[in-house]
Design a protein around this ligand. Sequence first.
Ligand code: KIV
Ligand code: NA
Length: 276
Amino acid sequence: NKKVTTADFRRMKQEAKPIAMLTAYDYPTAMLVDASGIDGILVGDSLGNVVLGYDSTVPVTMDDMIHHLRAVTRGAKRALVVGDMPFLSYHISREESVRNAGRLMQEGLAQAVKLEGGREVADTVKAITEAGIPVMGHLGLTPQSVHQMGGYKVQGKDGEAARRLLEDAKALEAAGVFAIVLECIPQQLAKVVTEAVKVPTIGIGAGSDCDGQILVTHDLLGMFSDFTPKFVKKYANLKEQIIKACEDYQQEVRDKAFPGPGHVFNMADEELKKIY
Ligand code: KIV
Ligand code: NA
C-alpha cells in the first residue's frame, strides 16, 4: 500500500481518473476513511464547525490544526494528508505564512497544505511551494471570508465573478499549486476552470466535471446536522444510529440488563473470603 502523493493527483487528472477525498479530524476516523481506499484526506478547518462546535471556521487556530493533524496522520497509512491553513495564518507576512505551513508539515506531519483565495495569495503560495511544501488552492465559497461574503452563498454566478474566478485559478496554477478545491460554484464554471488548468480541480458543490470530489465526512455519514448544504449527499444516517445505541445502553443500565455475564470479571471464592 504505497502512500498517495501529489504527483499521483496530477497523474490521475492526466489519466482522467476521478480523485476521491474526504475530511477527517481524528485517529479512528482517519483509519476508517483510509481503509476505504480514499485518495486524499483533508484535515479541514471545518474542524471548527464539525468537531469543535463553532459556527464558523474563523476561531480555529494553528495549534488546533496541528493537534488534529497529528491524530489523522497517525491513522492515515495510504491517503495523501492535506492540512488546512487556518484563518489569518497566511496573511500577516510571507515569512509567517511559510513558517505556519512548515509547522503543519513538521509538527502535524501533513504532506501538503491548503489555503483559501486567488491572486491575492499567489505570492504566498509561491513562497510556500518554494520551501518544498505542496499547496492546494481553494476558490469559490471560501468559508474563512464568511463575514466578508455575507453568508454561505453560491459564488461565481454572474459572468464578471466567474471570469475573476477563472483568472484566480490560473494565478494559483502559475504560483505552483498541485490542486484546487472549487467550492459551491455553478457546475458550468467548474467545467470551464477544470479544462483551463493542468492541475486537478477537487469539487464540493461544483458538479461532476471536476477532476475529483471532496465532502466533509461527518456530513456524508449523517453525523452532523447543525446545517446541511444542498451539495451534501448523506450515504448513511449515523446520527440516528448513535442516538439509538445510546438510548439502548441507558435502558439496559436502568433495567440492570447491562453489564451481562459476558462483560464482567470473576474472582475465586477463597480469594473473596480473604477480604473479610
Ligand atoms: O475545511 C474543509 O473541510 C474544507 C473542504 C470543505 C474543502 O475546506
Ligand atoms: Na477549509
